[in-house]
Design a protein around this ligand. Structure first.
Ligand SMILES: [Zn+2]
Length: 198
């Protein structure tokens, strides 16, 4: 049996996404055995992030600076804004490394059934950024869910008066995807979004 302190640590870790009680116990045991190599660096990193944690007042990204690293990066193309539902989507697009643009995090999607309206999302911030000028394209990188598409339609309407090009992600056959394995929705969407052969 472990002490109360170790038990508290285990329970805190077990509540993290992707971890359960079993993984948490393994992680704690590792930290206890590797105090210098694992426990101390983890503690320092947690303290550093905890002290400086900030939500970017421009784009809604989570970072340790406001404005965030992306919004202050001079090498980014400030004329392009990629709109995402969540910071997790921003990170996923950054990992893909496909676009050197800036971002805007909505903080969710419109969901009439769940009572989520436009005022619950960071939409006014996006409108303000367009009103400030300098933006030529907004890419709506929302999920291909009903709520995601509802949100995309709403945003397209809201942004139509700014003379900015509004685009959406293509949905279709994934890289390496075999047609036989795709669901009907993906296949139908891929057919609708077909392009001329270059
Ligand atoms: Zn930012």
């Amino acid at each position: 049996m472990a002490s109360r302190e170790i038990e508290t640590l285990t329970q805190a870790l077990a509540r993290l996404p992707g971890l359960g009680p079993r993984s948490a116990r393994r992680a704690v045991l590792h930290l206890l055995k590797k105090r210098e190599a694992a426990l101390t660096p983890l503690l320092r990193a947690l303290e550093a992030v905890s002290e400086r944690l900030a939500i970017c007042s421009t784009c809604g990204n989570v970072d340790t600076a406001d404005p965030c690293m992306i919004c202050t990066d001079p090498r980014r193309d400030a004329s392009m804004i990629i709109v995402v539902e969540d910071v997790a989507d921003l990170w996923a697009l950054e990992r893909a490394g496909a676009m050197n643009a800036r971002f805007h995090v909505l903080g969710g999607t419109l969901s009439p059934l769940d009572g989520v309206g436009p005022d619950d999302l960071n939409i006014s911030g996006l409108v303000d950024r367009l009103a400030a000028g300098g933006v030529s394209e907004v890419i709506l990188a929302v999920n291909a869910t009903v709520d995601g598409q509802t949100t995309a339609h709403y945003l397209t309407d809201q942004l139509s008066g700014f003379g900015v090009k509004v685009t959406r992600l293509a949905h279709g056959v994934p890289v390496g995807g075999e047609l036989d394995y795709l669901d009907e929705g993906t296949l139908a969407q891929a057919l609708r979004a077909r392009r001329p052969v270059a």
